[in-house]
Write a protein that binds this ligand. Structure first.
Ligand code: MF3
Ligand code: CO
Ligand code: CO
Length: 293
């Protein structure tokens, strides 16, 4: 039997952040500061702070993913993440970012990105992407993984596996001097070879003192983008691939993006630092949760 589409649940009130925790510029107004034209080169102190933000994001994501099981609501996952972030003395970056109401994003099955945690329970057979971004010591760290809820069908396993391989293959092309368009090229090739489409509406992004910065990172091949990767840049790669069409629709909540044909979609994300001769993954290792234990 075909699963019913994901339906919206009830969104609980935004969670409070203690006053002593430092907030990003949009925390009060919802409005992010100016989009910086280029991702700054990191000084040593900035690198240390980026590493810390990345480490925190990873720790929180691990905490959340360990709780994923049939019967837990995405709102409960949001609570777990929120409390862990605050215990670390950090701020949950999504909270009030352009009005986003919760502390993480949870995207189930056909939800591509920006799912709002709500009262819906996870169900055996779902796949769910949990996306955690934290603001710590003035820097943002951003990562996500898609995991299985209980047992999933073979199609879901293949989709999640290929999404992960797309991210890892893309990370492996990152080094100073390479063209940014090589990232999208390897992702597009790998997804297509496996019969999946690549979402174009959402991209990776520079990250650091702001949540979203230049450069944007396309996950598909852009032959005319001849910008070069430079040492010291910090940015995310976060490919979204789908079983069906690449086009997305947005729910009336103005956030939740679903595939236009309601086919499933999967995503993985890391925050990266470009080093002198390669790349450092700031948000953890190369073993995703679906391959652990
Ligand atoms: N973490 C998401 C990203 O990877 C952005 C979430 S923005 C929010 O860029 F407002 F939806 F939280
Ligand atoms: Co991101
Ligand atoms: Co993210």
């Amino acid at each position: 039997m075909k699963k019913p589409p994901v339906s919206a649940g009830i969104v609980s009130p935004s969670r409070a952040v203690p006053v002593q925790i430092a907030r990003p510029e949009y925390a009060g107004s919802g409005v992010p500061g100016p989009y910086k034209l280029s991702c700054v080169k990191e000084t040593d102190d900035q690198i240390a702070r980026m590493r810390k933000a990345g480490r925190f994001a990873r720790e929180v994501l691990d905490t959340v993913l360990a709780e994923v099981r049939p019967g837990i609501s995405t709102d409960e996952l949001d609570l777990i993440a929120h409390e862990r972030i605050i215990a670390l003395g950090a701020y949950p970056s999504p909270l009030n970012y352009m009005g986003f109401p919760k502390s993480i994003c949870t995207s189930v099955d056909e939800v591509v990105v920006h799912g709002i945690p709500d009262s819906r329970w996870l169900v055996e057979g779902d796949i769910v992407n949990c996306d955690v971004t934290v603001f710590a010591d003035g820097m943002h760290g951003d990562c996500s993984e898609t995991v299985f809820v209980g047992k999933v069908d073979a199609g879901a396993q293949k989709l999640v596996e290929v999404a992960w391989e797309c991210l890892i293959q893309a990370i492996d092309v990152v080094r100073p001097g390479r063209l940014f368009n090589q990232i999208g090229l390897v992702i597009e090739n790998h997804a297509r070879e496996n019969g999946f489409s690549i979402v174009r509406e959402f991209t990776g992004h520079g990250i650091g003192e702001s949540f979203h910065m230049s450069p944007y990172i396309a996950h598909f091949y852009e032959p005319d983008n001849t910008a070069k990767i430079e040492e010291g840049m910090t940015f995310t790669i976060e490919p979204m691939i789908s079983e069906g069409v690449a086009e997305c629709l947005i729910w009336p909540d103005k956030w939740t993006a679903v595939t236009a044909d309601l086919a499933r979609s999967a995503q993985f994300e890391h925050t990266l630092l470009v080093t002198r001769d390669g790349v450092e993954i700031l948000t953890g290792g190369r073993t995703p949760w679906f391959l652990r234990k």
